[in-house]
Design a protein around this ligand. Sequence first.
Ligand code: NDP
Ligand code: GDR
Length: 332
Amino acid sequence: MKRSALITGITGQDGSYLAEFLLQANYRVFGLVRRSSTINFERIAHLQDKVELIPGDLLDPSSLMAALERSQPQEVYNLASQSFVPTSWSQPVLTGEFTALGVTRLLEAIRVVNPRIRFYQASSSEMFGMVEESPQTERTRFYPRSPYGIAKLYGHWMTVNYRESYGMFACSGILFNHESPRRGIEFVTRKVSYAVARIKSGLQDKLRMGNLEAERDWGFAGDYVRAMWLMLQQEKPQDYVVATGVAHSVRNVLEVAFGHAGLDYREYVEIDPQLTRPAEVHRLRGDYSKARRELGWAPQVSFEELIGIMVDSDLELLACTAPRLTVAASLP
Ligand code: NDP
Ligand code: GDR
């Protein structure tokens, strides 16, 4: 019998890599997708005849129960959330509904339908916020600095609580920033790689940025979904930090990305105070020793390789879409 997994957030960056990974491991893969007026299956277009999509929303408990009944999964990966930190200040209540209470709705649905299902929760290094020690481990105290970080912290503790209250196999992966060519265009690495490709192609001449001194521990999304799966294959449910152990500044991202295309970022970047955050997380760096020791996990792609891959991918994307845009522009 094939094992089954249900992924919420399958249309997102991580959902698409996790679906690929699980299909390769011979799982039957189900994905929860919410209704929208335009289809946004771009990241999973290549998997559409391989994954089974189920309509549902983290806001709607009965749709979650129905999705569990239909997919009968052994494993559930909860990747769905409002994941862009700045939006959490402009839409704090909605962020709480999706990113915090959404976790409880899903845990409750699992408890009622089949409490033996193994559950993965996408927790975040944003929970560390104003860090109290560096690097951060599973034992570092949390101090979130945004409505997003606070919502994630609630989801994190609910996961721990369902494990302790009901004996459920519920794990929380505390993942540091991870990127890829499939990253949303609003996140800093992709914003930069896409801008570099546009500047190189003569489509743009300036790039407006926020705080260049912020530091993050950036890894490759394809590496990180492997850690999610490994957590659910252990004997005991536990929480793990997943990171590279190396921090870089946003300025480093600019240097490497522009440099990769033979450009000097200082000629193109302008600081826009409106892009700075009401409360910033200045510096994050993770210690993934526990994941290495217990899961046998380690990152495979370096920061420089990652940024290079993203710039190359966006250059290719523009090379493919430019002729189509030209054709569209010449239509009567
Ligand atoms: P994305 O923003 O790329 O994807 C988010 C997904 O959630 C999308 O599929 C989106 O669907 C879905 N979604 C949002 N709201 C709902 C809802 N109400 N009901 C159902 N689905 C919903 O995020 P990533 O792939 O980058 O991240 C995956 C998870 O990991 C997120 O929870 C994120 O907060 C967390 N995380 C991410 C890190 C990173 O660096 N990428 C680091 C640490 C944690 P739609 O396509 O319809 O919008
Ligand atoms: P983050 O990612 O908030 O860490 O959350 P993001 O890429 O948005 O920001 C990283 C850092 O870059 C600084 N920055 C800018 N950020 C954006 N988006 N745009 C800019 O122009 C800009 N200029 C500077 C930010 O201030 C910040 O310090 C991501 C998300 O994927 C979360 O869902 C996830 O939980 C965390 O990573 C871990």
